[in-house]
Design a protein around this ligand. Structure first.
Ligand code: AKG
Ligand code: FE2
Length: 186
């Protein structure tokens, strides 16, 4: 059964660098026992800044945007607008440990994109629905560098951890613009 709960993000926040899951949008969450997680965002332009810079803590994210726009990705140190395409689903490789493992085994070739939302540029509210594939919690399974891909020239860059540890650190830390992966670098 999905578990539904509601969060009022911080409408009074003066800073776009606000706390993840406490940012300035009204947000409805649902999480199933299979690790399907949905975030429905409502951004009133007069009361929100948007969503702070972050990479998703999912394995994979699928995002449905409306026509308002405001989503930006960080590319070569520049923020680039992602034009909204009606009915299109945007797919993003996330930053939870499974993806981090890809990053790790490919020696940082696969990275999850940093993104943010500027939702106070227009007159109308913005609505988006993000669906995430996450690892069901709690899980004590240990993830680390895949041994077959390691060598003297390619030593492990990250230390082992569990999804439970990673997720609790992600939630406690909030969105500070730095990937949590840095925390696991050896
Ligand atoms: O509202 C959006 O378009 C993106 C939201 C987002 O990045 C997220 O929920 O992780
Ligand atoms: Fe996101």
């Amino acid at each position: 059964m999905p578990h539904w709960f509601y969060t009022f993000r911080d409408f009074n926040s003066a800073s776009i660098a606000s706390f993840h899951f406490g940012q300035s949008s009204l947000c409805v969450h649902s999480l199933t026992e299979f690790g399907l997680f949905m975030l429905s965002h409502y951004y009133p332009p007069d009361r929100t800044f948007g969503t702070s810079q972050h990479s998703d803590r999912s394995f994979l994210s699928i995002l449905l945007q409306d026509h308002i726009g405001g989503l930006q990705v960080l590319h070569d140190d520049y923020w680039v607008d992602v034009p909204p395409v009606s009915g299109a689903l945007l797919v993003n490789l996330g930053d939870i440990l499974q993806a981090s493992l890809y990053i790790l085994i490919s020696n940082d070739k696969f990275v999850s994109v940093e993104h943010r939302v500027l939702a106070n540029r227009g007159e109308k509210p913005r609505i988006s629905v993000a669906s995430f594939f996450v690892h069901p919690l709690p899980s004590l399974r240990v993830y680390g560098p895949i041994e077959e891909l390691l060598s003297e020239e390619n030593p492990p860059k990250y230390r082992d951890t569990t999804i439970t540890e990673y997720t609790s650190q992600y939630m406690a830390r909030g969105l500070d613009g730095n990937s949590l992966l840095l925390h696991y670098k050896i």
